[in-house]
Design a protein around this ligand. Structure first.
Ligand SMILES: C[S@@+](CC[C@H](N)C(=O)[O-])C[C@H]1O[C@@H](n2cnc3c(N)ncnc32)[C@H](O)[C@@H]1O
Length: 309
């Protein structure tokens, strides 16, 4: 209750006329801190389960008073969640490194939160620019926490996908040095579930507009059934994110994903479930994080368009 009261005092929570729908506006994202911490806690796993290293993420755990209470922390960061975050992080890291090895130099992180890839891969991204797009409050906290760290060249673009027309994003990126004639990898990790269908549609359309052929769009998503018919476990997770003002709102139906993306200029290279990634990356057949996927997609050439050199 104290945590909720403190959020309300700071103006982070308000309630809409539609009912009890708290909205985060001017407070750093709590789910971003949870993800960052969870990523870092991979270091607590036995060596065979460690797939990604993030020495920066734990610093964001310290910024959320709730996470500092040992009993609460144990409940919020179960081993299963840490394994899930290792799988998700590693699969996306691999896609990023593959893109860079193929000559890609532009990285856009949509809803970047406290993703520290610009630091974690400072060497690999030495000649790249990372464009981080998120709420201003979350970016301010990130910049404060990482003030003394040096990573790849990063442009912070403050944006609310629900409030500001995403159709303006390509022009804003261009003003910050993004070159739409060169390929880009866009990473939209842990974000689609928090947006409205309108923002999802507008965002993918905007990504298509700034992405040259052979650009990549990698994103995580929840299956629609998790939103519409959640299991007991899924309901508990949804209640928690709702309480901190970041309710789950959107899921894709996997069988519709390919057609939906194709209509917006992308083809799906792979739509992986967490169970598949656990088999592949950990050799484990007993792990799943039900209904969560990572889609690896690529920009289709527009008519008459050529691939960037
Ligand atoms: C669960 S966090 C994921 C952060 C990061 N991508 C990662 O995986 O570490 C969700 C992020 O989406 C951002 N986000 C959610 N809704 C947004 C909106 N309407 N506009 C901008 N950012 C938003 C939050 O601020 C938060 O940083």
């Amino acid at each position: 209750m104290m945590f909720m009261r403190s959020l309300r005092r700071k103006g982070a929570l308000s309630f809409t006329r539609r009912g009890i729908e708290p909205i985060v506006r001017n407070f750093p994202s709590v789910t971003a801190a949870w993800v960052a911490a969870c990523r870092s806690f991979g270091v607590l796993l036995p060596e065979g389960e460690r797939l990604a290293d993030d020495p920066y993420g734990a610093r964001f755990a310290r910024t959320v008073p709730l996470f500092r209470a040992p009993r609460v922390a144990r409940a919020l960061f179960p081993r299963r969640a840490i394994v899930y975050m290792q799988l998700r992080t590693r699969a996306i890291d691999d896609a990023l490194l593959d893109f860079v090895r193929g000559g890609g130099r532009q990285v856009v992180l949509l809803g970047a939160g406290f993703d520290c890839r610009a630091l974690r891969f400072a060497r690999e991204l030495a000649s790249a620019t990372v464009f981080e797009v998120d709420h201003a409050a979350t970016q301010a906290r990130k910049r404060a926490v990482l003030a003394n760290d040096v990573g790849a060249k990063t442009e912070y673009v403050a944006w609310d996908f629900e409030e500001r027309a995403v159709s303006e994003l390509p022009a804003e990126l261009a003003a910050r040095g993004h070159d739409a004639s060169q390929k880009t990898i866009t990473i939209w990790e842990g974000v689609t579930m928090y947006l409205t269908p309108r923002a999802i549609d507008e965002t993918v359309t905007a990504v298509a507009a700034y992405s040259a052929p052979e650009s990549r769009l990698v994103f995580t998503y929840m299956e629609r059934s998790l939103i519409e018919r959640p299991s007991l476990r899924a309901r508990a997770g949804a209640a928690l994110v709702g309480l901190v003002g970041e309710p789950f709102r959107f899921g894709f139906e996997p069988s519709e994903l390919g057609g939906w993306l194709e209509a917006r200029g992308f083809s799906v290279d792979r739509d992986a479930t967490m169970g598949e990634l656990a088999r592949e990356l950990l050799g484990r057949a007993d792990f799943d994080w039900g209904g969560r996927h990572i889609a690896f997609t690529r920009r289709l050439p527009r008519r008459g368009e050529t691939r960037p050199a």
